[in-house]
Design a protein around this ligand. Structure first.
Ligand code: DGL
Length: 281
């Protein structure tokens, strides 16, 4: 039996932690009438060193939870999970007869980067898992085969940002070391291939130089969500602002205190839920 969602259901967004709130921020601004439900898998953060099999398993568990919570569309705000599980999730939901779109962050960003570059030299900053997957290479080459992607894995960056500490000299030198290969490659466009990196965008822009275009996923994804909902007749009938709510698998207090920096809006209540087997078992 085919299951069709209805316009009054929420748009669901998930990430490994709080970083996906930068994507939710864009959605709240671009599509304010929609209701949103965000889940951060903070107990199992970071995803960047996980295997692709683990990320598929986690994404399946989270998608089930979000569908049970009434999602009419799922945004995988996490780049590592998009790289590993987007095609799998789309295929699975189609097989199960669920007419729910799943939107990832890699292809929309790659299309923007390919259109933005003049020299054809594009840089990527992302987690180990995302770089190892080759997903950005494939997406950028599909968007424009006459480009070259220089990828830099940044294993330390997302955990430092997620910890919510000060923007100190340690962070500055970590960011500087990741920018070096991109400066050497003389790229003119850099994709921030991880949800957490927009938080250090001013640092990156300063180190990469003012002429380098920085591409983030939030804006591009908001447009994809708008198109997907419109084509299916699923835009909310709300007038004015819809609601938004949050759940996470780790500490709710920690999520709330760090999350507000990412969302740039008040979070309200955060519910702690257990997903899958959890980390401790
Ligand atoms: N959401 C993850 C990503 O975009 C952040 C980093 C991580 O979990 O390791 O890849």
């Amino acid at each position: 039996m085919t299951v069709y969602p209805t316009p009054n259901q929420p748009v669901a967004v998930f990430d490994s932690g709080v970083g996906g709130l930068t994507v939710l921020h864009e959605l709240l601004v671009a599509l304010p009438a929609e209701d949103y439900f965000y889940f951060g898998d903070t107990e199992r953060f970071p995803y960047g060193d996980r295997s692709s099999a683990e990320l598929v398993e986690f994404s399946d568990e989270i998608a089930n939870y979000l569908l049970d919570s009434g999602a009419k569309l799922i945004v995988i705000a996490c780049n590592s999970a998009t790289a590993a599980a987007l095609e799998h999730l789309r295929g699975r939901l189609a097989t199960e007869g669920r007419e729910v779109d799943v939107i990832g962050v890699i292809e929309p960003e790659s299309v923007i980067a390919a259109a933005r570059t003049r020299s054809g030299r594009i840089g990527l900053l992302a987690t180990n898992a995302t770089v190892a997957s080759g997903a950005y290479e494939r997406a950028v080459m599909t968007a424009d085969p006459h480009t070259r992607l220089t990828s830099v894995a940044c294993p330390d960056l997302a955990p430092i940002i997620q910890a919510g500490g000060a923007i100190d000299e340690q962070l500055v030198s970590v960011v500087r070391s990741y920018c070096e290969p991109l400066r050497d490659a003389d790229v003119d466009t850099v994709i921030l291939g991880c949800t957490h990196y927009p938080l250090v965008r001013p640092l990156l822009q300063r180190m990469l130089g003012p002429d380098v275009a920085i591409v983030t996923s939030g804006d591009a994804v908001a447009r994809r969500v708008e198109h997907a909902l419109s084509v299916r007749g699923l835009r909310s009938a709300n007038r004015g602002e819809g609601s938004y709510r949050f759940a996470c698998s780790g500490s709710a207090d920690q999520f709330k205190s760090v999350g507000e920096r990412f969302l740039q809006l008040p979070l309200g209540e955060v519910e702690r839920v257990k997903i899958g087997k959890g980390e401790s078992e």
